[in-house]
Design a protein around this ligand. Structure first.
Ligand SMILES: Nc1ncnc2c1ncn2[C@@H]1O[C@H](COP(=O)(O)OP(=O)(O)OP(=O)(O)O)[C@@H](O)[C@H]1O
Length: 578
């Protein structure tokens, strides 16, 4: 034991001292100073006890393993406490003393621990990811029922996409429950879809259609065929419902089970649209919180669940799991151009394609924050909001025309409104009226979803806390809600908007005589401002430079690790038909 023969340790009236060849005196060492020892156990070996510098004594011992270091960093047991507190006694008899049961966390240790914990729990969640993959997934596999092809009787075809065919189905063993299941026979992307559905079932089951099982069919076909089984949620997707002339009243009937005996009008329609939007954002928030981005949000992929009387998301074939980088192939995936955000790829094109799993997992919070990939889905959800408010935009051709107009306006909805409103027909005007209810709170939410820059778009979680979803809208906001609203507006501003705002404020502050600026001067300022290198601009430029540098470094390191051929390691987890 190291406690017996450590060089130069002596006891001085119950206080522990350490000396190195020089004679010790209590003033040379203690006198209010603290002895910096690591631990009194195996870290020390005879003859490995070295330095004393001025008043502080630093004890270094060789052979310190990583575990000891981490322990010392986080928990300062016996470190730095004076002997009056610490029951030191004579070091010779140290091992016989009662063990200190008080843990004294160190300040850097606490800061580091908190930082590490927040990093591990930050979206998309490294720590919950490990728990999910190595505990929950494993336990689930042990207990869930398994199926094979012969267990199903396929019925009516529900849909056929590029990557699979969907049927209504029932279990052979239970023919009475006819058509209570949905089976998708999928090709290559089936494996991804099984992975995503299993992840969703464990993390946010209510966001998506109820997934039962998925497996690789084992017959000797050339191409792999994956079978995916869900519970049948209902007959209608949001696409079916918004095509009806009765929309949104047909949804009201579905959600409430009856039609309200109230006069029809934009207030009532607004309430129904609010409910639909809340349900869509709630489902998206569930997905995004667990690190999944859907990438194909559109009314066709939102189904009305008759059981839970709410909208759920389907078709996770294009989704990407950013916790582990699955299906993250930014340049290869085909997006639906009608609903895709202008950035096209959810991650910056500077970010490399699918990093290796440990790297993707470790870096996922950084990559998430740098790219905010969830905002891609938010843009698509914003377009759905628009379609609900403006019946004219519900057809494909009109939506495509709208997208073109918006592009011409640099994806600025306000500019689009300015161009179309003066010559708007009744339908369009009615849509604006609906969004302008309660002080324009609906319009405000819409414009914070449909924006060119992903970073400026609201997240699903923040959108759910938006006053649009408070029952009475803007007019009835409490003081706190108003503050929240102001804060929300402030955080939505970007740099250029802030400059415009300052300029406007200056304009309002008076004329030249009053110390303000004239319009001509302001115009000059507007022209000059961008070229002037203000401190703010410098700071912004440095921040952008730093961001680019971080991304480049990440790219290089990830590419380095990626050179090895990537394997579809996760597809080994997909069950095969027995
Ligand atoms: N759980 C479910 N309950 C009820 N109907 C469903 C369910 N899942 C899918 N459907 C129906 O099947 C149709 C096709 O499903 P899905 O979009 O997942 O298939 P897909 O092959 O990806 O089709 P597409 O490529 O056209 O999107 C949906 O439009 C919906 O009508």
């Amino acid at each position: 034991m190291a406690t017996v023969a450590v060089n130069g340790l002596v006891s001085n009236g119950g206080k522990l001292q350490a000396c190195n060849s020089r004679p010790c005196s209590s003033s040379s060492f203690l006198g209010g100073e603290r002895l910096k020892l690591r631990t009194f156990s195996d870290s020390f070996r005879p003859g490995k006890f070295h330095t004393s510098r001025s008043k502080n004594l630093v004890v270094l011992a060789s052979g310190i393993d990583l575990a000891n270091f981490v322990n010392d960093l986080f928990v300062g047991v016996g470190v730095g406490l004076p002997c009056t507190v610490m029951e030191c006694g004579d070091i010779i008899y140290r091992s016989t003393l009662p063990k200190s049961n008080g843990l004294s966390p160190t300040v850097p240790g606490v800061i580091l621990a908190l930082g590490t914990l927040s990093y591990l729990w930050a979206t998309p969640g490294v720590a919950p990811g490990f728990f999910d993959m190595f505990v929950l997934a494993f336990v689930e596999r042990l207990f869930r029922p398994t199926y094979k092809k012969d267990d199903f009787v396929l019925g009516k075809k529900l849909g056929e996409g590029s990557f699979g065919v969907v049927y209504r189905a029932s279990l052979t063993k239970n023919p009475s429950a006819k058509g209570d299941l949905v089976v998708k026979k999928a090709t290559e992307y089936g494996a991804v879809e099984i992975w995503m559905n299993e992840r969703v079932r464990r993390a946010c089951a209510s966001s998506c259609a109820d997934f039962l099982y998925g497996f690789l069919e084992s017959s000797s076909k050339k191409q792999a065929e994956y079978w995916l089984v869900w519970r049948f949620e209902g007959e209608s997707t949001l696409a079916d419902l918004i095509q009806s002339k009765e929309f949104p009243y047909n949804v009201e009937a579905l959600i409430l089970g009856e039609v309200l005996d109230l006069p029809k009008g934009i207030e009532r329609e607004n309430k129904i649209i609010q409910t639909i939007m809340r349900q869509i954002l709630f489902a998206l928030d569930g997905l995004h919180s667990t690190g999944i981005v859907h990438r194909d949000i559109k009314p066709q992929n939102i189904i009305f669940s008759e059981g839970s009387r709410s909208f759920k998301i389907i078709d996770l074939g294009a989704a990407t799991d950013l916790r582990v980088g699955i299906n993250y192939v930014p340049k290869e995936f085909l997006l639906d151009p009608r609903y895709a955000a202008p950035e096209q790829y959810i991650m910056s094109t500077q970010t490399p394609s699918a990093p290796s799993v440990p790297v993707a997992t470790a870096l996922s919070p950084v990559l998430w924050q740098l790219n905010l990939p969830d905002r891609f889905d938010i843009y698509s959800a914003g377009l759905i909001f628009l379609q609900m408010a403006f019946p004219g935009l519900r057809t494909d051709s009109n939506l495509i025309t709208f997208n073109r107009q918006l592009k011409r306006c640099d994806y600025d909805l306000v500019a689009w409104r300015d161009t179309v409103e003066p010559r708007a027909n009744n339908e369009l005007r009615r849509g604006f009226e609906l969004l302008d209810l309660d002080g324009g709170i609906g319009w405000e939410l819409l414009t914070s979803m449909v924006r060119y820059k992903a970073r400026q778009r609201i997240s699903a979680k923040t959108a759910l806390a938006h006053p649009y979803f408070d029952r009475e809208g803007l007019l009835a906001l409490s003081f706190m809600q108003n503050l929240r609203m102001q804060y929300f507006r402030a955080t939505q501003q970007d740099y250029s908007e802030a400059v415009t705002w300052v300029i406007q404020l200056m304009a309002k502050s008076g004329t030249e005589r009053d110390g303000g600026f004239t319009e001509a001067q302001l115009q000059e300022l507007r022209d000059i401002q961008p070229r002037k290198k203000s401190a703010q601009r410098n700071a912004l430029a440095s921040a952008l430079k730093l961001q680019r540098k971080i991304i480049r470094t990440l790219t290089e390191s990830v590419d380095e690790l990626n050179r090895r051929r990537k394997s579809l390691w996760w597809s080994r987890w997909i069950p095969r038909e027995e």
